[in-house]
Design a binder for this molecule. Sequence first.
Ligand code: C2E
Ligand code: CA
Ligand code: CA
Length: 491
Amino acid sequence: IDIEGHPYQLVLLEDSTELIDLQHMLESEKTHLEDRVVERTYELEQQITQKKTAQIKLEKMALTDTLTALPNRAAFEVQLQHALDRSRTDTAYKFAILFIDLDGFKIINDTFGRHTGDELLQEISHRMQSIVRGSDVVARIGGDEFICLLHTPGGESRIVTMAKIFLNEIAKPIVLSGNRKMSVSASIGICAGTGNETEASRIMTMSDLAMYEAKHRGKNRYEIFSESMWQQMQENVSLTSKMDQAFENKEFMPYYQPICDLDGNIIGAEVLSRWCHEGEMIPPGKFIPVLEQRGLIRKYTNNLIENVVQSLQQYEHLPRVSINLSIQQFYDEDFLAKVDQIFDKSPELRQRTSFEITESMFNQDPELIMYKINQLSERGFKIYIDDFGTGYSSFAYIRKFTADVVKIDREFVMNIEQSEKDLQLLKGMIALMKSLDMEVVIEGVETKQQLDKIRALEQTVKIQGYYFYKALPLEQFLAVLENPQQRYLNG
Ligand code: C2E
Ligand code: CA
Ligand code: CA
């Protein structure tokens, strides 16, 4: 039968002792149940307190970076929002933020291990905290990214001084456990709040852009945010949105700029990329950086190499062609394998292909770059050092790997007609490279006068410049190879 929703079994009793037994049984069951309830309530209460403590701990953790005990990004954004709100009501109040990103930290982490990296980050955060006033905020917002909020920092020169102090303190040698010495540098983006900004995230982006510019200009330095950086970013965003389509529609085209001897005979060519988008020609200076930022440059360059190899196969009279490599190629573990795969069917084409690298690549991870360059060199590719004279670190490394050709940057040619000093500098550079057994290509020769000056210095140098040819689409390049008198001059 069913009583108040519980099923009961009806038992017919003849013996009253049996009834008493049953009653006892029921009672003991009841006490047992009551005990269980008390016990369970206690357990639940315990669990709730534990949960509460955990919650508080979690909330704290959500605002603090566990490694350095500095505020994290979320905490920083709250602080920055306060500063923003205040700057809008209190005209006397100003603030500035410094976006600080360590240079080459990933390499340290990868080479010496995470533990070393952690130790280094802890030391750097101590140093940064010791620089600022108590009310200022230093936060860690990413692996090796820090951000600092300075309240009423004074004028721009005071902010810049602060940035310099940061650079200085960070660059001091660090002694890690086991008495290991190490040093790092940082790139800093500065953004001074004007009181017109509305969102914290926008200001963070502004300082990030300035930091990126500092990296771009050679690291271990600061840059102040400017509107042009914002415009540049927007332009990049717009290019980015067109990029997928560009790959699909094959809008990228290799152009070939002939490299000549002093008489204008074509002895080689450099492949220069062009992007034709809806009738508009987007120059490589604009889209290559975007390909790099988006991590698409590897795919892009692989396609380009394949394309060049095809042309070399098809047109046997094409001279040696050089291809620009981006630094990201060297961090791509599959790059050499990819190159091997592309040249697998016709290894003899390696002799007709060369790769251009820039000096500035050696700023980052010279050992790795040198290793890969030597690997390419051993496979029979010629190595060109591009834009020579515009980087800083070349002399130290040039001794350690084989480069076959050095391309002297246009900057050193532009003024040789007017400036005797420039002419002598060019002469010295050529002599130095020759003495190191390297061929010399001079870039950006635009006039007959420049050519004559160069001819008077050295007979064996090669010339790449508008005076002889600008970069040409493949068909036109093939045409000038057929008929070398035909010149495509500047324009
Ligand atoms: P770069 O490697 O230094 O190439 C030489 C640049 O100088 C080319 O600009 C060329 O058109 C220009 N030039 C050559 N002769 C003269 C001259 O007489 N006067 C002047 N004023 N300029 C001259 P372009 O084609 O705009 O390329 C710019 C840069 O973009 C290149 O500089 C190179 O760093 C990069 N780039 C181009 N194509 C590629 C590519 O496929 N991959 C990569 N990673 N970078 C590329
Ligand atoms: Ca080049
Ligand atoms: Ca160059």
